[in-house]
Design a protein around this ligand. Structure first.
Ligand code: G3I
Length: 387
């Protein structure tokens, strides 16, 4: 499914309201892609004022037919004007960092809470942006009731998955056109699928089932399988690439509907990155007929990173440019970072990955004060094709 043109007059319907007739072009996928040149110029004039306020990375990327965006938290959107302003400036696409997950949407069986997701959809509508969905089936952020239900057996598990998909995909129909349907299905080590409540309840074909269920409920969706840990040149990542390719080939051989591989892009400066090797992997994925997109880019520094901020930022920018330019050359046309500012990154708030010693990973385009960093410039240069 090609990247799509966002109808500047697109008005995602409010949650729960009847589908409104949409004027003009249909939105048929995620992201905002306007060809360069006069057509873009013409389209620009048609963009709503709020869209024209996007003067940062989203605009730089858009000029080259690329969609840039970032993960958003509703609680920050609603309480931090600077946070909202950064997204208005930088992001053509948003992805809910929490609000689209199972535990957020259905905290108790049958009780759906779409308000936090609705808030992001409303923001995207007001600003003429798009929102991509994350994540329907995952082993994390699965509420206790669902874990217990999945342990009751196959039929119960199928019912839980179907009920969730029925409500969420119907609710978001026409508003979210791109979902991470299955997130992180491969084990971090060893040649197997990750041992999750879904695998235990339904067996390895839980992935097939989820993708088929999503396609049945909304044939216009771009269905994405989202994964991490295969981006860099270390043995476990190279093994994961082979596991991933085997999984993707199997799905496609079984005619399971799948449109794209989501490359999370949680990168580690402690690991080498080999552009040619990663490009070869991307070419193998594309040869399967799948799109690729970068879904959760951020950069983790080493614990012995330099003291000087400039030196740290240079290392982060260098890795950012190498990875993103390789992904773009490999066919990616959507790139999202996992947040915009270091201050709000999970890398700062999650003890297991935090930098420690009173320092915070400088792994996102904006610093603690929302100022653009060399990583921002590196992204812009990659979007501009290296210039
Ligand atoms: O639990 C509260 C919930 O009750 C409340 O309604 C909500 C309001 O926003 O906040 C919830 O707090 C935390 C939530 O983040 C929002 O900040 C959750 O406890 C916490 O578990 C959750 O962590 C997120 C984590 O995924 C698990 O969902 C992180 O922010 C998020 O950065 C992280 O992102 C994952 C991707 O989804 C998949 N790839 C890896 C990536 C990093 O782990």
């Amino acid at each position: 499914m090609p990247e799509v043109f966002l109808n500047p007059n697109f008005s995602p319907r409010p949650w729960g309201a009847p589908a409104l007739a949409r004027r003009g072009l249909l939105l048929a996928g995620s992201g905002l892609v306007l060809a360069g040149g006069r057509r873009a110029q013409a389209q620009d004039q048609r963009l709503p004022e709020a869209m024209r306020a996007m003067t940062g990375l989203g605009e730089v990327a858009r000029a080259r037919g690329i969609s840039f965006g970032a993960a958003m938290l509703t609680q920050l959107l609603q309480r931090d004007p600077a946070y909202e302003a950064a997204f208005a400036t930088e992001a053509a696409v948003i992805v809910p960092e929490w609000e689209g997950k199972f535990a957020a949407l259905q905290p108790e069986e049958g009780r759906f809470d779409t308000a936090p997701l609705d808030a992001q959809l409303h923001w995207a509508q007001q600003r003429g942006r798009t929102l991509r969905g994350h994540a329907l089936i995952w082993h994390e952020s699965l509420p206790g009731w669902a874990e217990r239900a999945l342990a009751e057996g196959r039929d119960r598990a199928l019912g839980v998955m179907a009920a969730h998909f029925d409500r969420v995909l119907n609710h978001a129909r026409g508003q979210i056109r791109d979902w991470d349907v299955v997130n992180e299905p491969i084990a971090t080590a060893g040649d197997r699928l990750r041992d999750t409540p879904w695998l235990r309840a339904l067996g390895p074909d839980y992935i097939d089932i989820a993708l088929r269920m999503a396609r049945e409920r909304d044939p216009t969706l771009r269905l994405v399988l989202n994964e991490y840990g295969f981006e860099e040149e270390v043995p476990e990542a190279l093994l994961k690439r082979q596991q991933l390719l085997a999984l993707l080939r199997g799905l496609l051989e079984r005619k399971v509907p799948l449109d794209a591989l989501g490359i999370q892009g949680h990168l580690h400066l402690s690991r080498p990155f080999n552009a040619a090797s990663f490009a070869g992997f991307l070419a193998e994925v594309r040869a399967l007929g799948l799109q690729v997109l970068v879904t959760e880019l951020d950069i983790r520094e080493t614990w012995d990173a330099p003291q000087e901020i400039a030196a740290r930022d240079a290392l982060v920018a260098e890795r950012t440019y190498a990875f993103v330019s390789t992904a773009l050359e490999g066919g990616a046309r959507t790139v999202l970072s996992w947040g915009l500012s270091d201050r709000n990154s999970w890398l700062a708030s999650t003890p297991a990955v935090a930098m420690g010693q009173g320092r915070v990973h400088r792994g996102l385009p904006l610093d603690d004060h929302g100022q653009r960093k060399p990583m921002w410039q590196a992204l812009a240069r990659a979007f501009r094709g290296g210039s």
